[in-house]
Every structure is written in C-alpha cells, then in structure tokens.
Design a protein around this ligand. Structure first.
Ligand SMILES: Cc1ncc(COP(=O)(O)O)c(C=O)c1O
Length: 309
C-alpha cells in the first residue's frame, strides 16, 4: 500500500501560511527557517524533555489549565527546572505572543516543548545540562482533515506495548516517543494507519498517538488508564459521559470485546474524537456511530464553553 492511501489522526489540511510563521525559541520570535536549537540540546540528544499539544479556539487555548497541570507535574517528576518563578501564566504569555505574532485566533495547534536544555558535553548525565531549559512553541495553522470523520481510521494491533510505570511511565509526554514511533511503524507494516497497543497483561490499552474507546451495547469503555497517556481529551470524554448519564467504564478488556464493539473511537487534542473503521481488518460495527457522534457534539460544546469570553 502506498503512503498516499494512509491516514493519520494528525492529518491536517495543507496551509501555505505555515511556511512563513514565526516560532518562539527561548524568548525570541524567529522565522521558521531560522528557528533552531543546539545539537547539544538535551531534547535532541536524549529525548530529555516534555511537551504539550494545545489548540486555539476563539483566541483561547482549550483546557489550558489541564495541559499546564500535566506539563508541570511531568517536569517536576523528572526534575526539569523551567526557571525560578516561571508558572502557567508565563507559559500562557508565550503561547499568546506567538499566536498573536502569527495572526492566529482559531484552528491553530501548538506544540510546546520544554527540554533540560543545552549540555556542556555530549553525554547523558543531567548535571551536564547546564544551560537550560530550552523552551520552544511552534504554533501552526491547523484544521483537521475533514474526510477522516466519515472514513474512520484503520488500526492494527502491534507487538509493541506501553509498559509498566517503573520502566517509562506512559504518563510522561516525553520528547522521546520511540516507543510510540515503533508501534506506528509496526501498524504501517501491517497496512494500517495507527497502532493499537496492548498493556503488559494483554488488555487493550491505547494507540500510539491517541487514547482508545469502544462502545458496546450502549456503554462506553476505555482502559484502566494505568498504562496510557493521561489524555486531557480522554478525561473530558469520561466526564461528559458521567454528566450526561452515559454509562462509562475504565476497565480491563480484551481484543475479543474490541472486535465485537458497536463503535470505537480515538481521542486526542488535535482530532478530538476520531472514529475507528476497522481493527486488524475487521470492520467495527455497522458504520453507524450514534454514540461517537453524540460525544463529539458534547465535546464541541464543551470546547466552545471553555474558550468563550
Ligand atoms: C501517546 C498519546 N496518547 C494520547 C494522547 C492524547 O492526549 P491529549 O488528549 O491530552 O491530547 C497523546 C497526546 O499527546 C499521546 O501522545
């Protein structure tokens, strides 16, 4: 299968304006062609950094506090010092300055990256990261490709798992995404768009880039959350189900239940809720997706509410 036939949950409409954006790099807004970090940077050298993906609606960053909670928790956990006195309000200022400089108020996506910074020598020890942190915010014009909602994504179950928290906790949105990249490659080799990853016990867990839900007999199921990203969108979907009396369960389940689901969908900041068309070549449900459609509408309203003046 050619690459052209493939989709990804991060497919965006082409936008030529992105060739001329400015990018925030350590205090400066610089043209994209000049936006660089050192080859000694901890993020480049070791994947030693954390990032967040956020979306801009109506001039506001959706669920900003949730994203900052996750980012600052992760930075604290791996002792990356973002700078004395620097807090979420300073990060908000960085994101707003960057969006404003690019004339963006809607349909923009930010990849905010914080690494341990530039190292004195090209070795692993964190003490060598003496010139940190490195903070970069790339904000691009970004509208999710429209066709995917009708078509749905094709998943393949992959051998790569997201592991136990004492190896590398799946809750770290770390610069090193090698675990997920390997899963994505395996899915591609199987002719699918994205990899469905199991947990170390063989229960259905997550995909390589999104959280995963199934709908069975009127109930919404997702994994326990022990081995996957603590996705902001995942939590919003669970909260919305609870608020609207939709039965929702975080539980162990196997491929048996996933293959036999009536609907399945992925969640993530970029694509919100993306329907799943098939898993391992098996069609999911009949193609009617009333629950996914309902949850997507509730989520759209929630984003609007969260980003209104
Ligand atoms: C592996 C993985 N799962 C799920 C998500 C979705 O998280 P969120 O809903 O916070 O965008 C991400 C996004 O960073 C991710 O990298």
């Amino acid at each position: 299968m050619s690459k052209i036939d493939r989709n990804s949950t991060h497919d965006a409409e082409e936008d030529a304006r992105n060739d001329n954006i400015v990018i925030y790099v350590n205090g400066d807004l610089v043209p994209k062609s000049q936006a660089v970090v050192s080859v000694y940077d901890s993020g480049f050298m070791l994947g030693d950094g954390m990032w967040e993906g956020l979306r801009l609606h109506n001039g506001r960053w959706a669920f900003f506090d949730d994203h900052m909670d996750r980012l600052f928790n992760a930075l604290k956990s791996v002792s990356i010092d973002i700078g004395i006195g620097i807090g979420p309000r300073d990060v908000l200022d960085i994101l707003n300055r960057t969006a404003e400089a690019n004339g963006m108020t809607d349909d923009a996506h930010c990849r905010l990256m914080v690494t341990r910074g530039r190292k004195a020598k090209p070795f692993q020890h964190p003490d060598l990261s003496r010139f940190g942190p490195t903070i970069v915010a790339i904000v691009e014009h970004s509208r999710p490709a429209s066709g995917l909602q009708a078509k749905g994504i094709r998943l393949a179950t992959v051998p790569q798992v997201r592991g136990l928290p004492m190896s590398q906790d799946a809750k770290y949105n770390s610069h090193s995404k090698l675990n997920c990249v390997i899963a994505c490659l395996q899915a591609e080799q199987a002719g699918a768009d994205e990899g469905l990853m199991l947990d170390p016990h063989g229960f259905v867990n997550t995909t390589n880039a999104c959280n995963f839900f199934i709908v069975r007999r009127g109930e919404v199921w997702t994994s326990t959350g022990d081995y996957c990203m603590n996705g902001v969108t995942r939590q919003k979907v669970i909260d919305l189900c609870r608020a609207h009396d939709i039965p929702v369960f975080e539980k162990n389940y196997s491929l048996y239940e996933a293959y036999g689901a009536d609907e399945a969908f992925l969640t993530g900041t970029f694509g919100a809720q993306t329907p799943v068309a098939e898993i391992d070549g098996k069609r999911i449900g009949t193609g009617d997706r009333p629950m996914t459609t309902r949850i997507r509408a509730l989520y759209t309203d929630l984003v609007r509410e969260n980003t209104s003046g």
